[in-house]
Design a protein around this ligand. Structure first.
Ligand SMILES: [Zn+2]
Length: 352
């Protein structure tokens, strides 16, 4: 069954699109970007599309279940079916990239966590490509993925980015992991939003697991990984990446208006969820690099099982305690893993 809330997340933060618009010389293009910020706000309120609701909840008998649709530049969902599971590649590069990248995310969770798709019940993962005209974003609506083509000027087609597709995929996973949605606040006659520490943890779950999926796919150890997300969608004039887990808020690694924080002492309750997610992102990075090797092998299960214990209004301290208790259960109190997790949450000032 679907969670009750609709879309709450976009891959490209509003802050970055506004930043791009402010630095855009072409007035027409600037208006287009600002228009997309407004359109995105409307999309957050989307509700179930009846045509998809029944089909996607059926338990899967196959290891992977993907369907890629084409919105043909419009905003009707899901659009025309382009490629179903086991279909041969289409002539549409973007559709095939979406299909492949969703497949990597599905296989990651299936192989490492024995998780059967987003809901652990084999739900078919639907994605709509060519959404809107030059849409510079991708998102998880609560039911399916929407992927824009980018404007080609500042943001390239988002389907080709494994990190972006995995990030959105993971919003679906956490939606089904935490009843009510981690940090999701429903508002009367308004779209739901991610708020507070739990909202930041929601964004962080997507960043951390997307980063792990990238590393797993490239077979990179913690020293080989770049710990960036969205490093493959921005044109040089827009920036280098959307986020860095290694050094959140370092604009030299990301983009000019990046305001992510990595220290809980700087956290304010009004902080936007993409801003405060840097705290937990960095904690994962610190623990992973202290442990060495592959991030998904030892630390991945600790983080996954830890976040599985969280509730809709959990705090950073709850996440620290949850991951610590899993580390102790799996590896023992005072084990190398337990110590690494503790040191990481201390370094970001969540634990005293
Ligand atoms: Zn997100």
């Amino acid at each position: 069954m679907y969670a009750r809330y609709g879309c709450v997340c976009f891959a490209v933060p509003k802050r970055l699109i506004k930043h791009l618009a402010e630095h855009e010389d072409d007035a027409k293009h600037r208006d287009k970007l600002l228009g997309q910020v407004r359109h995105s706000a409307k999309l957050r309120g989307r509700r179930t599309t009846a045509t998809l609701a029944g089909a996607a909840t059926q338990p899967s008998t196959k290891p992977l279940q993907r369907s890629v649709f084409d919105a043909q530049g419009l905003t009707f969902l899901p659009g025309k079916l382009l490629r179903d599971e086991d279909d041969p590649p289409t002539r549409d590069k973007v559709a095939d990239q979406a299909y492949e990248n969703i497949g990597v995310a599905l296989q990651f969770f299936s192989t490492l966590f024995k998780r059967d798709s987003i809901d652990n019940k084999g739900m078919r993962v639907d994605a709509t490509v060519h959404y809107g005209y030059s849409f510079v974003n991708a998102m998880w609506t609560g039911e399916q993925m929407i992927i824009g083509d980018g404007d080609g000027k500042t943001v390239t087609a988002l389907a080709g980015s494994l990190g972006i597709i995995a990030h959105e995929f993971c919003h679906g996973v956490s939606q089904h992991l935490v009843p009510g949605g981690l940090g999701v606040v429903n508002r009367p006659r308004m779209p739901p939003v991610l708020k507070g520490e739990a909202g930041a943890l929601n964004e962080s779950f997507s960043d951390v697991f997307a980063s792990m999926i990238k590393q797993w796919h490239a077979k990179e150890d913690v020293t080989q990984a770049d710990w960036l997300l969205g490093d493959d969608i921005l044109k040089p004039k827009a920036g280098k990446a959307i986020r860095s887990l290694k050094d959140p808020g370092n604009q030299k690694l990301t983009y000019g208006a990046d305001d992510q924080i990595k220290d809980y002492k700087r956290y304010k309750a009004t902080d936007e969820s993409h801003k405060a997610s840097g705290i937990a992102n960095h904690a994962f990075y610190l623990a992973a690099t202290r442990l060495g090797g592959h991030s998904w092998e030892t630390l991945g299960p600790v983080w996954f099982k830890g976040f599985d214990k969280l509730r809709a209004r959990s705090t950073f301290l709850d996440a620290a305690h949850a991951t610590l208790s899993v580390a102790a259960a799996l590896h023992g109190q005072g084990s190398k893993t337990h110590d690494a997790v503790k040191a990481a949450w201390k370094k970001v000032n969540v634990l005293a």
